[in-house]
Design a protein around this ligand. Structure first.
Ligand code: NI
Length: 219
C-alpha cells in the first residue's frame, strides 16, 4: 500500500506543522486529509525522493504475474525469514509506504510488514489470518506501491481481528481499527493475489488504468 502521502506530508520541508499537535493521529479521517494535501503538493526532498525511487525499483509493478499469485504459508521461522522481514521493512520505509506484502517483492510467502505512523516501529505479520471482521465499513482512498499513480476509494471493514505470528514465531493477535485495519486488509489481499483494482467499480477501474498508463514514471 502506498499512502506515501501520509509520510510525504510530514517530510515536506515547507510543512512546519507538528503533525501530532493539532490532529489526532488515530483518526483515520485526518489521515485522508493528509493524503489529499500531499497530492496537491507532491514535492519531496530530493534525497527522500531518490531513496523512494530506488526502493520502488525493488517493488513489483502492475502487470507482473507474481502480484496475482497466492503466497504460501511460512513454516520455518529462521534467520532467512527475519532477513526478509528486515529488508521488506526497509523498502517500505524508503518507499514512503505504510505497508508491504512479500508478493510485492517477488517472494511468495505469507509475510507482510506495516507501519502506519512514521515514528512507530514496524510490525511484521507472518501467516496472518483475519479471523473476525466487524460489520461497520467505510470508504477511504488507497494507493499501492505496485500501482503507480493510482488512488482509489476502497470500502473496507473498520474493525478486524487478526491472528498471525511475528518473525520469531511468536503468536500475535491484533485488534485493529481504522487505518491499521485497512492496511492489514490491503496487504492480506496482496498475499491472496488481490489488488485494490478488484475492489472497485468497473468505471473506477477504467480511470485507475488510465492513471497508470499516463503516470510519468510508470515502470
Ligand atoms: Ni498495495
Amino acid at each position: 500500500m502506498a499512502n506515501q502521502a501520509t509520510d510525504a506530508a510530514q517530510q515536506d520541508p515547507d510543512d512546519t506543522r507538528d503533525p501530532d499537535e493539532a490532529r489526532d493521529p488515530r483518526d483515520p479521517d485526518l489521515e485522508i486529509e493528509d493524503t489529499a494535501e500531499a497530492e496537491a503538493e507532491p514535492e519531496l526532498d530530493p534525497e527522500v525522493a531518490a531513496r523512494r525511487t530506488a526502493a520502488l525499483a525493488h517493488v513489483r509493478q502492475y502487470g507482473d504475474p507474481v502480484l496475482r499469485t497466492r503466497a504460501r504459508s511460512v513454516d520455518r521461522f529462521d534467520d532467512a525469514l527475519r532477513e526478509q522481514v528486515r529488508r521488506m521493512a526497509e523498502l517500505m520505509v524508503d518507499a514512503l509506504g505504510v505497508g508491504l506484502a512479500a508478493t510485492q517483492v517477488g517472494v511468495l510467502n505469507r509475510v507482510l510488514v506495516y507501519r502506519v505512523h512514521p515514528q512507530a516501529p514496524y510490525a511484521a505479520l507472518v501467516n496472518p489470518e483475519i479471523e473476525w471482521t466487524g460489520s461497520e465499513a467505510e470508504i477511504m482512498e488507497e494507493g499501492c506501491l505496485s500501482l503507480p499513480a493510482v488512488h482509489v476509494d476502497v470500502e473496507r471493514a473498520v474493525h478486524v481481528r487478526v491472528r498471525a505470528h511475528d518473525q520469531y514465531g511468536e503468536p500475535v493477535m491484533i485488534e485493529a481499527a481504522g487505518l491499521p485495519a485497512r492496511v492489514i486488509q490491503h496487504e492480506v489481499d496482496h498475499l491472496d493475489g488481490v489488488l485494490v483494482l478488484d475492489r472497485i467499480s468497473r468505471q473506477q477501474r477504467k480511470e485507475a488504468m488510465r492513471a497508470m498508463r499516463e503516470a510519468p514514471s510508470a515502470a
